[in-house]
Design a protein around this ligand. Structure first.
Ligand code: NAD
Length: 307
């Protein structure tokens, strides 16, 4: 079996793949779309992260392709419909990076509430801006989590341990599904009205596009802080900008953007907005788990024995 790895994988994962019986592995990162279409015909499987786009053209040219492995969760970079139609299995690693993403959301909550990036920038510029950096505690505050799936629940556990009250909104989850995780499920409007922090942990679908827009920001508590480590486009960025400039929202921390990279985005021009370049899953531990899991799932899909 020939397997193409077209985005970087954790070294341990690559070793595990190479050690499997009867498998030949080629690692070719940064291929152009044309190069990929030209090369894919000889491979039985391809392993990608988010950079490689497995388009309909790639699927059509992949005459021997049996499995597409996505090291990560989102399948936005894979034409899943075309793959399914061609009888190609698409496998991913939905749970492997949940803790990394939850920790990033928490890190953003702390960074926003204490203005850590602003403090750092001031110090580096030789300033000592104590008065401008009065923050708020997370303790005793209410966190609203929109989307109480894997990541939402990991965040909820950590927030509860900090003494926060945690509300959740998720139309596809019942209170019983949450077991002993301390989240109280409420309607969206109640979450918007009561939360001091709102963190998004849901996929981007037609239904969730611009889930937070002008109407929702107007419903929120004045001074609310918003965190998005889920997907760009779930927040209407223009409405968020207006809500911050209008002092309704105190700050926002964004790991994801409607267009990535966002370039010189007007939101990033605001002092109250901090950000990271889509690094939710980018930890040593997260990438290790993601790599090992995708390798196992690809080998399983090919019916190949692990070493
Ligand atoms: P998950 O499937 O376990 O949970 C998502 C939850 O969202 C589900 O419980 C679902 O019922 C809920 N949901 C769906 N539609 C909803 C709606 N209209 N309103 C409220 N809730 C809704 O997924 P997860 O593993 O927790 O991942 C959550 C998000 O995080 C995904 O969008 C994923 O792409 C993103 N993610 C981001 C990074 C990053 O690098 N920033 C890394 C991994 C995952």
């Amino acid at each position: 079996m020939k397997i193409l790895v077209s985005d970087p994988l954790a070294p341990e994962a690559l070793e595990r793949l190479k050690a499997a019986q009867g498998v030949a592995v080629d690692v070719k990162t940064e291929m152009t779309p044309e190069e990929l279409v030209g090369a894919i015909g000889e491979y039985d499987a391809i392993v990608v992260r988010s950079a490689t786009k497995v388009t309909g053209d790639v699927v059509a040219a992949g005459k021997n392709l049996k499995v597409i492995g996505r090291a990560g969760i989102g399948l936005d970079n894979i034409d899943v419909k075309a793959a399914e139609k061609a009888g190609i299995k698409v496998v991913n690693t939905p749970a492997a990076s949940s803790i990394s993403v939850a920790e990033l959301a928490l890190a953003h909550m702390f960074a926003l509430s204490r203005q850590i990036p602003k403090g750092t920038a001031g110090l580096k510029a030789g300033k000592w801006e104590k008065k401008a950096l009065k923050g708020v505690e997370l303790y005793n505050k209410t966190l609203g989590i929109i989307g109480t799936g894997r990541i939402g629940r990991e965040l909820a556990k950590r927030a509860a341990a900090l003494g926060m009250t945690v509300l959740g909104y998720d139309p596809y989850i019942t209170q019983a599904d949450l077991g002993d995780v301390q989240v109280k499920l409420v309607p969206l409007d109640e979450l918007l009205e009561k939360s001091d922090f709102i963190s998004l942990h849901l996929p981007k679908t037609e239904e969730t596009t611009h889930l937070l827009g002008q109407r929702e920001f107007a419903k929120m508590k004045k001074g609310v802080r918003i965190i998005n480590c889920a997907r760009g486009g779930t927040i209407d960025e223009n409405a968020l900008y207006d809500a911050i400039v209008g002092d309704q929202v105190a700050g926002a921390a964004l790991d994801v953007f409607e267009t990535e990279p966002p370039g010189e985005h007007k939101l990033m021009g605001l002092d109250q907005v901090i950000g990271t370049p889509h690094i939710g899953a980018a930890t040593i531990e997260g990438q290790y788990r993601v790599g090992i899991e995708v390798v196992d799932r690809v080998l399983e899909g090919l019916g190949v024995q692990r070493a």
